[in-house]
Unconditional design. Structure first.
Length: 272
């Protein structure tokens, strides 16, 4: 008898199984929404799909009377700019310090305890301090993302460097390579695909910090819009925005995964 752990679904079945939870969730929502709207047609908690369509059309295609901008795209551009800035800076910090901590024992002895301590500080607890120090503008939001994700990336890359086969370092030194040559020719090529993995894993946290910062102090952005309309119980706006954020996060992750496969096929087991 073929064991369950050895049964691999085909492509069609894999797609079907992947879509099944979404279909079930949609069905549950339709049933619950229909029941609530049957009792109260003005119910705002579980709007109908027609209400979603009207809200999406209004937010995605009708210019705002106040600013003249199309709200959804303006919010998306603002949030993605903050996210890209914060995650990009975190990736650079993570790469530089991850290599330094992983390859140079003196630096590791001096900075590893500090980085470990930073990674244990809840970033949200520092949000008021960041607003006081950096103000309520863009910088404080980007700094929050950096503070929340950079220590994780540094620690992950440091561990990745330490896991590299020691034989690679010994052979490079036997051939006369200096520390910089070892970093550039041995460590860095091995670490770049792992950097993309670390960035992908940090995206969820980065979105949390971004939405929180926008909710507290912003005049645009996806998080700002969600918390702005919550006072009106506008679930027809909130739920599409949540779905849109989820889609953006998924597409970003998919793009980074594709970039990793394209740039580093050896890391994924060949040219697949």
């Amino acid at each position: 008898m073929k064991r369950l752990i050895n049964q691999t679904p085909g492509r069609g079945l894999r797609w079907s199984l992947g879509l099944l939870p979404f279909v079930l969730l949609l069905a549950v929502y339709l049933v619950a929404s229909g029941a609530r709207l049957a009792e109260n047609p003005n119910d705002k908690l579980l709007p109908s799909f027609a209400s979603f369509g009207d809200a999406v059309h209004r937010m995605a295609s009708v210019p705002s009377r106040r600013s003249g901008e199309i709200v959804l795209w303006a919010d998306t551009a603002a949030s993605m700019q903050r996210l890209a800035g914060g995650v990009g800076i975190s990736a650079l910090i993570g790469l530089l310090f991850g290599i330094a901590l992983g390859t140079v024992p003196l630096i590791r002895a001096g900075l590893s305890p500090f980085v470990d301590a930073l990674s244990l500080i809840p970033p949200m607890a520092l949000l008021p301090i960041l607003f006081i120090v950096f103000g309520l503008g863009e910088l404080s939001k980007v700094v929050l993302i950096v503070f929340g994700t950079a220590p994780f990336i540094v620690r992950d890359l440091r561990q990745r460097v330490e896991e590299l086969p020691r034989e690679l370092m010994v052979k490079a030194q036997s051939l006369g390579a200096s520390t910089w040559q070892i970093v550039l020719r041995v460590v860095l090529p091995q670490l770049l695909p792992r950097l993309l993995d670390a960035v992908r894993l940090s995206l969820g946290a980065a979105w949390i910090f971004l939405i929180a910062a926008e909710a507290i102090a912003a005049t645009d952005g996806l998080g700002y819009r969600i918390f702005l309309v919550r006072r009106y119980l506008s679930m027809d706006v909130i739920l599409p925005y949540v779905a849109w954020i989820t889609l953006l996060a998924y597409l970003t992750d998919l793009g980074l995964r594709g970039l990793s496969r394209l740039a580093f096929p050896w890391y994924h087991g060949g040219g697949r």
